[in-house]
Design a protein around this ligand. Structure first.
Ligand SMILES: [Zn+2]
Length: 139
């Protein structure tokens, strides 16, 4: 297997990268909201205009607190870590804006300041001392 083709984020002052392999995932300008995901209520960000995310397996229908959705898990193209899921379809009309957006676990991402090229505050301070590997594969 050769090195996977990776895309890069160019716009925005801050970008999200995969914490595991540092490849670009999204620009902060694509941030829709921060919240929590799933039954485990993991801190997460909803992003549009993501790069380097590959769907994993078949889409599934799932009932979340805000309604029923068709979801598909997404993995990092660089290291195959499952970072979250993408909303393929929202049944609830008020939630249609989520379609095509990806909800990713904050603990699996790094926020990189593109001007200073240094890590800025990721809204998950606990992660710095205790990395969560619950759904991540080992790097
Ligand atoms: Zn990665």
């Amino acid at each position: 297997m050769g090195r996977p083709f990776l895309e890069y984020v160019k716009d925005g002052s801050t970008k999200y990268t995969c914490r595991c392999c540092s490849c670009d995932v999204a620009s902060s300008s694509g941030l829709v909201w921060q919240g929590v995901m799933g039954a485990a209520r993991q801190p997460a960000v909803l992003l549009r205009d993501t790069v380097n995310l590959e769907p994993l397996g078949d889409a599934r229908s799932e009932r979340l607190s805000s309604g029923r959705y068709t979801l598909v898990d997404v993995t990092c193209r660089g290291c195959a870590t499952i970072l979250g899921w993408r909303y393929q379809e929202a049944k609830n009309r008020d939630e249609k804006y989520k379609e095509g957006c990806a909800l990713l676990q904050i603990s699996l991402l790094s926020a990189v300041d593109m001007e200073g090229d240094s890590d800025v505050d990721v809204p998950c301070p606990a992660h710095r001392t205790a990395p969560q590997r619950s759904i991540a594969t080992q790097c």
